[in-house]
Design a protein around this ligand. Structure first.
Ligand code: GTP
Ligand code: SF4
Ligand code: MG
Length: 415
């Protein structure tokens, strides 16, 4: 999964601080691997250690663990020089400090260096099992918009807070990097878009996900053909070579799946948006969690804005009805809109979210983390609908890593 993105596309996250503060322990805790050697001896890490990984729900990142910035002696100075070189390739700088008396000139220097370079910075007070950071320091950092996180790396505590801070600090162009559709249609090839024009469709216009998808295809020097579901078969017959992909509104999923030859990729706008605005892998796992629902469980249905222009009843009627049928009993649904998403989602067994087409990705990723923190699976409308219709594998075929995650999850929990 983490081999896909070239190094240049990865968010480079540099871990800096004095010796022995737990930089390597933090990296190992984040990656669940022994990437960097940890020991009680100061000066254990001598050269920058790089670890590429898929940091959910942020995406492809490269962690760079460094030697202590306070190293001494001739060798130590060389190590510090190598650590300083890492500044040049750091997109987000994480300063790790001991909470109790661990903040001093070294940390201030790192802070001003990052500020001078306009590198977003996070301060992590690690080892909070041994002490607390001084309140005035935390207040001062907050006032200067530097997020602070408390962790116990050796116990894996505080890591979700750190991920959340990383999402908030990551540059806009990284957060909004996922393509809508353009990457699935090579230049010069055709995307066939299926758009139901029925009573529910807004008069005189296409809805935002459709417009965004068309624009993205054009930006990638590919072509678009837009048809209603009734004309799909005829449109396919007219082409002298198959389209690179067929994308449909979820409402017409089954008909479109039937009319599209099985060797042509097919998915829905809502699944495209699961990737573009959220995290497709997380939503796939969330859909599989539907199998674990039991009668009486609470389900949160969230819509990011107050009016869903097509299929107004998807969240209120269709998804609840289908979930009840699937579970074979009553479920307790709570519906929220706009910014009313609860801070604590732990009372729910599942969260089903709209495609969030009106939102920015950062906001959606924060919601994903909130669910993760509470251990509550989350999926989105389109992903849940594809699952409910029994065309999950087909609809995920354009996204190899999602398909792989699906197969992996099925291998782990065979039904
Ligand atoms: N109590 C406690 N100990 C920790 C924590 N995190 C790391 N340690 C311990 O602190 C020591 C140093 O950890 P490292 O991860 O090697 O620290 P480092 O910052 O990479 O150190 P250098 O590579 O020497 O610069 C080890 O003995 C760790 O087990 C923590 O959260 N709490
Ligand atoms: S943000 Fe959500 S509720 Fe609003 S139109 Fe988009 S998908 Fe529908
Ligand atoms: Mg180290």
């Amino acid at each position: 999964m983490n081999v896909g993105a070239p190094k240049g596309f990865r968010l480079h996250i540099g871990l800096f601080g004095r010796r022995n503060v737990g930089k390597s322990s933090l990296l190992n805790a984040l990656t669940h691997q022994d990437v960097s050697i940890v020991s009680a001896i100061a000066g254990t890490t001598t050269d920058p250690v790089e670890k590429p990984m898929e940091l959910l729900p942020l995406g492809p990142v490269l962690f760079i663990d460094t030697a202590g910035i306070d190293d001494v002696g001739a060798l130590g100075e060389m190590r510090v020089a190598r650590t300083r070189q890492v500044f040049d390739r750091t997109d987000v700088g994480v300063i790790i400090a001991h909470p109790d008396g661990g903040w001093g000139p070294f940390e201030e220097e790192l802070l001003s260096e990052f500020s001078r370079r306009e590198i977003p910075t996070i301060v992590v007070f690690n080892k909070v099992d041994l002490g607390e950071p001084p309140v005035p320091l935390v207040s001062r950092l907050r006032a200067s918009k530097v997020p602070t996180v408390r962790t116990v790396a050796v116990r894996g505590e505080g890591l979700i807070d750190l991920r959340e801070a990383l999402i908030r600090s990551a540059p806009e162009d990284f957060i909004n990097a996922p393509s809508i559709l353009g990457d699935l249609v090579p230049a010069g090839e055709l995307a066939l878009l299926v758009v139901p024009i029925d009573l529910e469709a807004p008069k005189g216009r296409l809805i935002l996900p459709q417009v965004n998808a068309i624009r993205d295809v054009l930006d990638n020097d590919a072509y678009c053909m837009v048809v209603k579901e009734r004309e799909l078969r005829d449109a396919l017959d007219r082409l002298n070579r198959p389209p690179a992909i067929v994308v449909t509104d979820s409402q017409a999923f089954l008909k479109v799946a039937g009319d599209t030859p099985s060797d042509v990729l097919m998915t829905s706008f809502s699944i495209l948006f699961a990737r573009y605005r959220g995290d497709l892998l997380e939503f796939v796992r969330g859909a599989l969690a539907i199998d674990a629902l039991k009668p009486g469980d609470r389900v949160l249905v969230a819509e990011a804005c107050s009016h869903h222009p097509i299929g107004e009843d998807i969240g209120r009627v269709k998804i609840p009805r289908w979930l009840r049928q699937y579970v074979g009993g009553k479920l307790e649904f709570t519906h929220v809109q706009g910014h009313d998403f609860p801070d604590d989602v732990s009372p729910y067994r599942l969260v089903v979210h709209c495609a969030a087409c009106m939102w920015n990705r950062r906001e959606m990723l924060s919601r994903l983390l909130r669910c993760r923190r509470a251990g509550v699976p989350i999926t989105n409308y389109g992903v849940a609908i594809a699952y409910s219709l029994g065309i999950f594998e087909r609809a995920l075929a354009p996204f190899p890593s999602a398909l792989e995650a699906l197969r992996e999850a099925r291998r782990m929990a065979p039904h």
